[in-house]
Design a protein around this ligand. Structure first.
Ligand code: CMC
Length: 382
């Protein structure tokens, strides 16, 4: 293999097939199992989209009712998990807290599996595990934010849908419908995006026939980085640094002179704009009106205009979702864990797809280290 054959960052490499979602940068579209994500975000609750991604079809009323019944039973934090979370330092990054919590859940759930040969389990078991993670992650994330604010745990409410219950467990108020709707939309937009870095990480781990929890823990680690999911947190740091729309030009001059990456802009696949941005920007606009914060929209629009004019690089989903989560009242460090709570749907769908038609993922590398050499004094065995 020559260095010319190396595709650094796997740019342009098609690593496998998937039936879960299709990203088409030419038509600026994203389909979940064939449905445009914009249509799903406008019409569906996030758990119906989870059913679609896991099973291939939107649920019937009966299927959704049954999935909800089972999910509601698993929304609360198990006591052992709460105990483990309480032992973590309050200044640990919430992504580390969420990653550790999923690892603890895995140890609790897979206890009794005596051998690594039992790691994968049955397809039915993995569907249950996927639902369990989707159901309990909101409690992990919501409790994490409350703990850091010195507040107590709030138990889930069976009468609320997933978006409203998540907000309830975080803030202790029934959310306004505008806020719940924007939040539901963000969860659907974040739920799945083909072979992004975290999903691919999950598939690599699954391909060794390790268990679903291990694959999700690895995916969370990949999501944390600011080039991937960490960007929604990083966008808010940028907004805080800039302050207001009047500060944009001077800030951008400095940032570009320092060769900084502007968080929330650019994408490996979309080069002419991220298909999810208009839908999330519309949700942000409803929040701006609801909270009467035109200053946020002004800063958003001014930075977008200034940066795209100068570099021709467009916003990605993290750009509108960062300020949207800020307006909803989430702490900046909680933004990427919110992404986890949504993307766990796509991760688990991909992990199950990997198990169903597995081939160990093991690429090659081109070597550019020293030529063969020998340790002084070494004498080969006869
Ligand atoms: N700010 C400044 N310059 C940029 C940016 C940016 N956000 N994005 C790309 N560029 C420049 C980059 O410096 C490079 O310029 P040059 O050719 O002169 O060296 C050129 O555009 C190509 O960029 P690249 O980094 O080689 O492209 P990539 O496909 O490897 O990177 C990316 C994609 C997402 C890592 C990058 O755009 C980036 O770092 N963006 C900021 C972080 C971010 O918002 N990440 C979220 C990604 S999408 C949603 C998600 O996964 O959460």
């Amino acid at each position: 293999m020559t260095e010319q054959d190396v595709r650094k960052g796997l740019v342009g490499v098609v690593a496998d097939v998937t039936a879960i979602s299709k990203v088409n940068p030419e038509t600026n579209s994203l389909l979940y199992r064939g449905y445009p994500v914009q249509e799903l975000a406008a019409t569906q609750p996030v758990d119906a989209v989870a059913h679609l991604l896991w099973h291939g079809e939107l649920p019937t009323d009966e299927q959704l009712a049954e999935q909800r019944r089972r999910a509601r039973l698993q929304r609360a934090l198990p006591p052992e998990l709460r105990e483990a979370i309480d032992r973590m330092p309050l200044d640990a990054h919430p992504m580390d807290e969420v990653r550790t919590a999923v690892s603890v859940l895995g140890a609790l759930d897979t206890a009794g599996a005596a051998s690594v040969l039992d790691a994968v389990g049955t397809p039915e078991r993995n569907r249950e595990r996927s639902l369990r993670l989707f159901a309990v992650l909101p409690a992990i994330v919501a409790y994490g934010q409350r703990r850091r604010r010195g507040l107590g745990l709030i138990e889930p409410r069976d009468d609320l849908d997933d978006a409203a219950n998540f907000l309830w467990m975080t803030f202790g108020d029934e959310p306004h419908p505008v806020v719940a709707e924007a939040f539901n939309r963000s969860l659907i937009l974040y739920a799945e995006h083909s072979f992004n870095a975290s999903t691919f990480t999950g598939r690599v781990i699954a391909s060794t026939l390790s268990d679903l929890y291990s694959a999700v823990v690895g995916a969370i680690g990949a999501l944390k980085g600011p080039l991937h999911g960490g960007a929604n947190e990083a966008v808010m740091h940028v907004f805080d640094e800039i302050g207001d729309a009047a500060g944009v030009e001077a800030w951008l001059d400095r940032a570009l002179a320092d060769k900084r990456k502007i968080m929330g802009f650019g994408h490996r696949v979309y080069k002419r704009g991220d298909s999810r941005v208009p839908t999330m920007k519309a949700a942000l606009d409803t929040l701006v009106a609801h909270y009467e914060r035109p200053d946020v929209a002004e800063l958003y629009d001014t930075l977008e205009r200034a940066f795209t004019q100068r570099k021709g690089i467009y916003p990605n989903l993290d750009y509108p979702s960062g300020p949207a989560y800020n307006l909803m009242g989430f702490d900046t460090v909680t933004f990427t864990p919110l992404f986890v709570a949504a993307r766990v749907i796509g991760w688990t769908a991909h992990i199950m797809e990997q198990y169903a038609a597995n081939a160990l993922i093991r690429p090659l590398s081109a070597y550019d280290g020293p030529d063969e050499r020998h340790v002084d004094g070494y004498v080969a065995d006869e």
